[in-house]
Write a protein that binds this ligand. Structure first.
Ligand code: NDP
Ligand code: 8X3
Length: 257
């Protein structure tokens, strides 16, 4: 197992859910954290709490991953003591709607494609060259079981996560001959703000997704990511697919109510 003490870890989508849980786990391991998201006050609250609890260094980035110029500027203007990123957690992502493809909103599609695919690519493109030249680094992408199985109404969200799967595989191939590692972590149902966002703030509909089920928690995912990034440097965990015991596929869920 390798130590994360003083390693620089950039987490996108750190203001909520899986990203925030990763921040806490890495803070506990003594890493230096760059936390990125659009909601600045959420980032500040998290950073205040983690700094108090773990006395670690945190650098915040208010960043929309869909904005390529903003990503380039954020990465290229990092202070020198923060610029040698060791681990990139490409976690920022979202689903919008669960509508039939022929009836869905163009805006929902564009938001999912711009965030889940293009945003992930921008961060990767601006950060990985530094990892290659330093001869160390690890990229962890948040995929999903949605990238393995398409479900009714999932269409474009599933397509974005299938794209993440292909990008993770492609990046691994293209980095062959370097020491940089690539992992895709692909969860099933995790209770976060994900469904609130999918249903545009309809919290009642969102709650129903997890009704009668024991879903995964953000901490469960952070725990798996922590395992992947702390293996010996010669070990690459390519893909982890995990789901709750109450789930057998995207559409097969055991509900007790
Ligand atoms: P949350 O909605 O709780 O968190 C999503 C995070 O992404 C937020 O911090 C949000 O921050 C950030 N984000 C969204 N859009 C942008 C953007 N344009 N720029 C920067 N940050 C952005 O959901 P989860 O924690 O569940 O989701 C995290 C990842 O896990 C996603 O990629 C999701 O697809 C994936 N996933 C989730 C599963 C689930 O069941 N929950 C299962 C499988 C995968 P802000 O709004 O402040 O910018
Ligand atoms: C999130 C899991 O099954 O709702 O990626 O698409 S699912």
């Amino acid at each position: 197992m390798i130590s994360l003490q003083n390693q620089i870890i950039l987490i996108t989508g750190a203001s909520s859910g899986i990203g925030a849980a990763c921040a806490r786990v890495f803070a506990g391991a003594g890493a230096k954290l760059i936390l990125a998201a659009r909601r600045w006050s959420r980032l500040q609250e998290l950073a205040d709490a983690l700094t108090k609890e773990f006395s670690i260094e945190i650098h915040l980035l208010q960043l929309d991953v869909c904005d390529r110029a903003a990503v380039e500027s954020a990465i290229s203007t990092l202070p020198p003591s923060w610029s040698n990123i060791d681990i990139l957690i490409n976690n920022a992502g979202l689903s919008r709607g669960l509508d039939k493809l022929h009836e869905a909103s163009f805006q929902d599609w564009e938001e999912m494609i711009d965030t889940n695919v293009k945003g992930l690519l921008y961060l990767t493109r601006y950060i990985v060259p530094g990892m290659v030249s330093r001869g160390r680094g690890h990229v962890v992408n948040l995929g999903s079981i949605a990238g393995h199985q398409t479900y009714p109404g999932g269409n474009v969200y599933c397509a974005t996560k299938a794209a993440v799967k292909a990008i993770s595989e492609g990046l691994k191939q293209d980095l062959l001959g370097t020491s940089v590692r690539v992992t895709s972590v692909d969860p099933g149902m995790v209770e976060t703000e994900f469904s609130d966002v999918r249903f545009h703030g309809d919290t009642e509909r969102a709650k129903k997704v997890y009704q009668g089920v024991t879903p995964l928690t953000p901490d469960d995912i952070a725990d798996v990511i922590f395992f992947c990034v702390t293996r010996s440097p010669h070990v690459n965990i390519n893909e982890v697919v995990l789901m709750p015991v109450d789930q057998a596929s995207a559409t097969l869920v055991n509900r007790r109510t």
